[in-house]
Design a protein around this ligand. Structure first.
Ligand code: UTP
Length: 417
């Protein structure tokens, strides 16, 4: 008998995850080796702990919740706006700015086969993928400011090869390929929501997936990219998701405001429906944080001064971080959260099951948990219809159709402005 197999079998027994070897005897030698190697690298104790500790939402008592100051972009007086624009433009022209796109997610809700960034929209008359839309935006900024913005793209082990192949096939959208840096984030096994058992994606493969966008800091460090950024003179990094097609990737006002006030910044939109499940920005125990919807009481959501609501700023995943902030966070541990997702798995009979509803937990760290390591964050509330058109679901308010309409409306306006 293979001693490695015996050793792993014992470990699986200890952590009640023996199902992962259910099909071992039917595999060929190469798949057997692959599976054993994958299992060898999994921290089962950690997964079991995460499953049991995150089963219920705990609300810590004795926390102080206060509002955070925010700026409203459309309310900034013209003169101040000009000043900020000039200041931000000068900063951008110095070539100290980088863009980081988080494209390591699974995109389970959209259900597109392949990396989400390869999803194509019909932007009459042309079709463009989400990656191409972003590439065009960065190219426009390069032209406007006479720079070559380095573009960092976080992928996952699952989608990295397909992502790079897509860029190669599209000739990197005519972007300087030496200025594009792909890096793979970390991963963790996915567990059944009902039982906490780790799932198989194939009889020979444990179902693992990226461990949340908060992993970006550690992944940058692990790939030596923080040092590389510093060496190339990068001072500010704009971080956003792959799926907001109205994202403004180089906004001088946001850059000038953030850099004058703090080491980190976030764009927000106003929470119109006070009872939606969106989390809002706040100050928790004196530090910037997000307040989960289960904590948002009527009193909090309606709190206002002269009609200006204090807890209505929703995160849209558009952030600025100074390079020092990124480095600081990369040395700290962010807590895990539980995300409920629809994931295909192999059942006890060896059949592949494609669930119709969310069936599994993915353990993720989130960017917003890094805010508490700073005294301040610059919040810039922007117009939703101008800067936020994410693609999450096949239909509804965050669908390709809705996002395309918003995008074309903005494009149309910009032609005539
Ligand atoms: P979402 O929370 O919308 O998740 O990610 P998702 O994986 O894209 O989609 P669903 O929930 O499975 O349908 C917001 C942004 O964070 C990135 C995503 O690629 C997206 O740009 N992300 C998310 C990562 O880069 N890594 C992760 O582990 C999770």
């Amino acid at each position: 008998m293979n001693p490695l197999y015996e050793q792993i079998k014992e470990r699986l027994k200890k952590y009640h995850q023996e199902q992962l070897l259910n099909f071992y005897d039917y595999l060929n030698d190469s798949d057997k080796q692959k599976l054993l190697f994958q299992l060898l690298n999994i921290n089962f104790q950690k997964i079991n702990n995460l499953y049991s500790s995150l089963k219920t939402i705990s609300i810590p008592s004795g926390e102080t919740i206060e509002p955070l100051e925010y700026f409203v972009k459309s309310d900034i007086p013209v003169k101040r706006r000009r000043e900020l624009e000039n200041q931000g433009t000068e900063m951008l022209k110095k070539s100290q700015y980088a863009v980081l796109t988080m494209a390591g997610g699974q995109g389970t809700r959209l259900g597109h086969k392949g990396p989400k960034g390869t999803f194509e929209l019909n932007l009459f008359p042309k079709k463009a993928s989400l990656f191409e839309i972003l590439a065009d935006k960065i190219k426009q900024a390069n032209k406007r400011y006479g720079i070559q913005i380095p573009w960092y793209i976080m992928t996952s082990e699952t989608n990295n090869d397909d992502t790079i192949k897509f860029f190669e096939d599209k000739n990197y959208f005519n972007y300087d390929k030496n200025k594009i840096f792909f890096f793979i984030q970390d991963k963790l096994p996915i567990v059944s929501a009902d039982t906490g058992k780790i799932l198989l994606s194939e009889p020979y493969q444990v179902h693992e997936a990226s461990n949340g966008n908060g992993n970006l800091f550690k992944s940058l460090k692990k790939n030596n990219l923080i040092t590389q950024m510093k060496q190339s003179g990068v001072k500010w990094i704009f971080v956003s998701g792959i799926d907001n097609i109205l994202v403004k990737i180089a906004d001088p006002i946001f850059l000038a405001l953030t850099s004058s006030n703090s080491e980190i910044g976030a764009k927000t939109i106003f929470k119109k429906d006070p009872y939606s499940q969106d989390w809002v920005f706040c100050r928790k125990n004196g530090k910037p944080a997000m307040l989960g919807y289960e904590r948002i009481t009527d009193e909090i959501t309606n709190a206002n001064i002269d009609g200006k609501y204090l807890y209505r700023d929703v995160n849209i995943l558009c952030h600025l971080f100074s390079i020092d902030a990124i480095e600081k966070i990369s040395n700290l541990d962010l807590p895990y959260h539980r995300a409920t997702k629809k994931n295909t798995y192999i059942n006890d009979e060896g059949m592949k099951i494609v669930p119709e509803a969310p069936n599994s937990y993915k353990f993720e760290t989130f960017i917003f948990d890094s805010f508490k390591f700073f005294d301040n964050i610059t919040l810039l509330r922007v117009d939703e219809e101008k800067e936020f058109a994410p693609i999450k679901d096949p239909v509804g308010i965050y669908s390709p159709d809705t996002a395309t309409k918003l995008y074309l409306k903005e494009e149309f306006k910009s032609i005539f402005s």
